[in-house]
Design a binder for this molecule. Structure first.
Ligand code: HEC
Ligand code: HEC
Ligand code: HEC
Ligand code: HEC
Length: 121
């Protein structure tokens, strides 16, 4: 016969399992950052450290200055479209980055335009 006490113990154990499960679920699936702090790009020419949240905050407040596609497609990943090899219609990933990054630095007259001031590492 199941006693009242056994039932309480069973419910307690089940509750512990449930709570543990919820905590594990919450801690192992962190939400994607909305505005990543910094990104490091690995390239053949040396790594580039990009201060994303400073750029998307202090240097411009318009995400679309860089994520020019974001309205029709919710991807933040440039290489989803700009692949290693490009053509006249769609620049390669490296060409797209150089045009976008250097282009703005030249336009505003601030920020690195020399190869080794971006490819620092
Ligand atoms: C100065 C250019 C620039 C601006 C402005 C900018 N981003 Fe980004 N963002 C990038 C680049 C470059 C990447 C890297 C994409 C890649 O690796 O293909 C990126 C990546 C991301 C990612 C994905 C990060 C990851 O780890 O995959 C998110 C999310 C994001 N940006 C959100 C935003 C939001 C929200 C804004 C506006 C508040 C914004 N960005 C403004 C350049 C910019
Ligand atoms: C959903 C697909 C898609 C994504 C994602 C995308 N692009 Fe593009 N991009 C295109 C297409 C298509 C073109 C060519 C047509 C045009 O100029 O709009 C282009 C053109 C460009 C150009 C050259 C034309 C111009 O505006 O000066 C640059 C630079 C560029 N992209 C940079 C980026 C960067 C940087 C990212 C990521 C932050 C990015 N793109 C993400 C599709 C995309
Ligand atoms: C909308 C204009 C804009 C775009 C696009 C842009 N930058 Fe900048 N960047 C700036 C400005 C403004 C500065 C600050 C210059 C200063 O204060 O001396 C800067 C500074 C930098 C610096 C110096 C260190 C720092 O973080 O302040 C690096 C490195 C840099 N940018 C890399 C990049 C890369 C890589 C990209 C492309 C993914 C990019 N930038 C796109 C405007 C831009
Ligand atoms: C404003 C910053 C900046 C400047 C200035 C700059 N680069 Fe880059 N470069 C980048 C970024 C960002 C990427 C793309 C990284 C990626 O694809 O993840 C890149 C990609 C590259 C690649 C592609 C490597 C690969 O793995 O496919 C080469 C090569 C390169 N750059 C060489 C140069 C040379 C040479 C110069 C000078 C003429 C230069 N870069 C100037 C930021 C810069």
């Amino acid at each position: 016969m199941t006693s009242q006490r056994d039932l309480k113990v069973a419910i307690l154990i089940m509750t512990i399992f449930l709570v543990t499960g919820i905590i594990c679920y919450a801690s192992f699936t962190p939400p994607a950052p909305e505005n990543p702090v910094r990104l490091m790009f690995q390239t053949k020419a040396g790594k580039v450290l990009f201060t994303h949240s400073v750029h998307a905050g202090d240097y411009t407040d318009d995400c679309q200055d860089c994520h020019h596609n974001i309205e029709d497609d919710e991807t933040y990943n440039c290489s989803e479209c700009h692949e290693d090899k490009g053509d006249e219609d769609l620049p390669s990933r490296a060409d797209a980055f150089h045009a976008k990054c250097k282009g703005c630095h030249e336009d505003v007259g601030a920020g690195p335009v020399e190869c080794n001031s971006c490819h620092t590492l």
